[in-house]
Design a protein around this ligand. Structure first.
Ligand code: HPA
Ligand code: ZN
Length: 318
């Protein structure tokens, strides 16, 4: 079951297991991206973020209907609940689906319906609408406009996809609009991009959490700021290893982040691709980095603390 925790960095499209890819291809009468589940899984050897994203976007083409998004989220929430996740803040990439002719309503209502049903498993979930940073800011603004009727189901906006060469600055305006609508803000930064992107996310996008942020450690002044302001970092250990950003789990910078007094959390990112869900990531850092029980309790407490839950629910869960 694992320690009770919140998961704050998981892409719902990254929970699409190969078996579900084939089920949905059949159900929707669209071509499967490979000849078999085994052949598809054998492609999950990545040389970096871009090589992963190519497979991630190709596979999600089987997602067509609200029912598909519902089934995807229902499967994730059941697995996460089994691993002790009591609350999840789940990214989705609407621009990728709108481009295939899937409506914003189908995506959001499918995901939100599964979240409502999963409550009986003891897990709650909120949605984070992510903008694709390798698409123009106008496309992000259009996605935000289309999401307006569904804002009661969305807690925050985020920024994801290929990072290097796509600094946060281009999205300052759309993030300001989203914040004015009452949405919270997070962004991927410092995964493969430089520490400067973490600063831009904080100063220009005014994010409340940084997703990944591991490259912040290259910049001592930034580390001091992240510690002083207790900016939460949603770290994804197995993802970093599988994308080659960290050589091995035994070298992962999470231990150093805790030593530096940073508010780090442990998350799965794209569990169908990177070898494990939230509990598996906790287990990997426990054995790989020799973390103590009190480190693990701190990571779990950090996950609730860094969540967008109301203060009274955080207190109940910690
Ligand atoms: N980084 C950036 N974008 C993403 C990721 C990631 O790890 N997963 C899905 N979209
Ligand atoms: Zn991510």
């Amino acid at each position: 079951m694992g320690v009770p925790k919140a998961e704050l960095h998981v892409h719902i499209e990254g929970t699409l297991e190969p078996e579900l890819v084939f089920d949905l291809a059949r159900r929707n009468g669209v071509p499967a991206p490979a000849g078999s589940v085994e052949e598809l899984r054998a492609r999950y050897m990545f040389t970096g973020l871009r090589s992963f994203l190519d497979v991630y976007y190709a596979n999600m083409a089987v997602l067509r209907t609200g029912q598909d998004f519902h089934d995807l989220a229902a499967a994730y929430l059941a697995r996460a609940a089994e691993q002790g996740v009591r609350h999840a803040e789940v990214f989705f990439d609407p621009q990728a689906h709108l481009a295939r002719g899937v409506s914003m309503g189908a995506v959001v209502e499918g995901l939100a319906g599964a979240a409502d049903e999963a409550r009986h498993l003891g897990i709650s979930a909120d949605l984070i609408l992510c903008f694709l940073r390798d698409e123009p800011a106008e496309s992000a603004a259009e996605a935000l406009r289309l999401a307006e009727p569904f804002l009661d189901r969305i807690v925050a906006v985020g920024l994801d996809s290929a990072e290097a060469g796509y600094p946060p600055a281009a999205f300052a305006e759309v993030f300001a609009t989203a914040r004015a609508m009452g949405l919270r803000a997070v962004a991927h930064a410092g995964e493969e991009g430089p520490p400067e992107y973490v600063r831009e996310a904080l100063d220009l996008l005014r994010v409340e959490r940084v997703d990944h942020g591991i490259r912040s450690l290259e910049d001592p002044a930034l580390v001091a700021r992240l510690r002083d302001e207790q900016v939460p970092l949603t770290v994804c250990p197995l993802s970093n290893v599988r994308l080659g950003l960290v050589d091995a789990i035994t070298d992962h910078p999470l231990a150093r982040m805790l030593e530096e007094g940073l508010l780090a959390t442990v998350n799965s990112d794209d569990p169908a691709y990177f070898g494990g869900y939230a509990g598996d990531n906790f287990a990997a850092v426990r054995s790989g980095l020799g973390l103590s029980d009190s480190d693990l309790r701190l990571l779990a407490a950090n996950s609730f603390e860094a969540s967008f839950l109301p203060e009274d629910r955080k207190t109940d869960l910690i």
